[in-house]
Design a binder for this molecule. Structure first.
Ligand code: SAM
Ligand code: DTB
Ligand code: SF4
Length: 311
């Protein structure tokens, strides 16, 4: 397997990053992403919630850290953050505090303007997740309320603000193999490769237009991960949504193919994820080691200062 060779050349193949998601603002979204249980256009039975309070978010981050997670990613069901000044400022505070706990912090809040990206950077954000989801050609079959080019613009704003880019996609949307190649080609030909590339297998949620899609087979997932690894050797490739359906040996093949990051914690945003204890057993059996958080020197100094002044 060529990707395994590339993986071993570019990374410590035992190291796997554990990232925990929290949906800080759930449901009621104006967009029509046809895979998403959080769109207000579909009847998925999901109860919308407004932005979570600081205490509740910090509690979840603390729990994730204690469970061994090194990156905390906050998701909001928004098209963008324009006109959400109060909520956005609150999120900036959450970012600062979680960063000061010594965790990498990521957000996924929809489209970002340049100014907002700069503010998130200033607050200490490590990475911003914004997926391209699929190829430019297949995209209009999945989402009509915002364009592929708008997504690329957000990625550019994130990059220009000096925040790491996290961008990947979903397989199992009914796309052709060429669309999977198209997605990876777009990601791999960005001016700089995204630092992380999440590969999601569709979680077909009842009530969404994609509820009856055929489940992605493990071989499709492995091939997608392997190809991502070969074309973006240094990126963290994340075995993301859909992992809960795969057995330990199946996941082992994903790691061999080049995946070196997972979402841990019992929930993704709104759907179930692997059991925390089962993941710890898997790490032990497969001889995987948790990846330590990584910060630039400048960020680490800021964090040291924060820790020494707070003590
Ligand atoms: N609202 C923001 C946005 O769309 O950019 C952030 C949250 S959104 C839920 C983040 C990503 O989760 C989507 O871009 C999509 O790739 C992924 N996602 C959402 N629902 C999914 C599902 N049912 N199965 C797999 N991935 C999903
Ligand atoms: C990503 O690529 N996958 C995560 C994260 N980025 C935000 C989200 C998966 C969501 C799966 C459906 C849900 O739990 O709502
Ligand atoms: Fe809204 Fe994001 Fe879901 Fe699309 S993927 S409906 S933008 S929450």
């Amino acid at each position: 397997m060529e990707s395994a060779q590339v993986h071993r050349y570019a990374h410590n193949f035992r190291e796997v990053q554990q990232c925990t998601l929290l949906s800080i603002k759930t449901g009621g979204c104006s967009e029509d992403c046809s895979y998403c249980p959080q769109s207000s256009r579909y009847h998925t039975g999901l109860k919308p919630h407004k932005l979570m309070t600081k205490d509740a978010v910090m509690q979840a981050a603390k729990q994730a850290k204690e469970a061994g997670s090194t990156r905390f990613c906050m998701g909001a069901a928004w098209r963008d953050t324009v006109g959400r000044k109060t909520n956005f400022n609150q999120i900036l505070e959450y970012v600062k505090e979680i960063r000061d706990m010594g965790m990498e912090v990521c957000c996924t809040l929809g489209m970002l303007e340049k100014q907002q990206a700069l503010e998130l950077k200033k607050a200490g954000l490590t990475a911003y997740n914004h997926n391209l989801d699929t190829s430019k050609e297949y995209y209009p079959n999945i989402i009509t309320t915002r364009t592929y080019d708008e997504r690329l613009e957000t990625l550019q704003h994130v990059r220009e603000a000096g925040i790491n880019v996290c961008s990947g996609g979903i397989i199992g949307l009914g796309e052709a193999v060429e669309d999977r190649v198209g997605l990876l080609h777009t990601l791999a030909t960005l001016p700089t490769h995204p630092e992380s590339v999440p590969i999601n297998a569709l979680v077909a949620v009842k009530g969404t237009p994609l509820q009856d899609q055929k489940p992605v087979e493990i071989w499709e997932m492995i091939r997608m991960i392997a190809t991502a690894r070969i074309v973006m050797p240094k990126s963290m490739v994340r075995l993301s949504a859909g992992r809960v359906r795969f057995s330990m040996p199946e996941q082992a093949l994903c790691f061999l193919a080049g995946a070196n990051s997972i979402f841990t914690g019992e929930k993704l945003l709104t759907t179930p994820n692997n059991d925390y204890d089962a993941d710890q057993v898997m790490f032990k059996i497969l001889g995987l080691i948790p990846k330590a958080p990584s910060f630039t020197e400048e960020e680490a100094e800021n964090c040291d200062e924060a820790v020494s002044t707070s003590g």
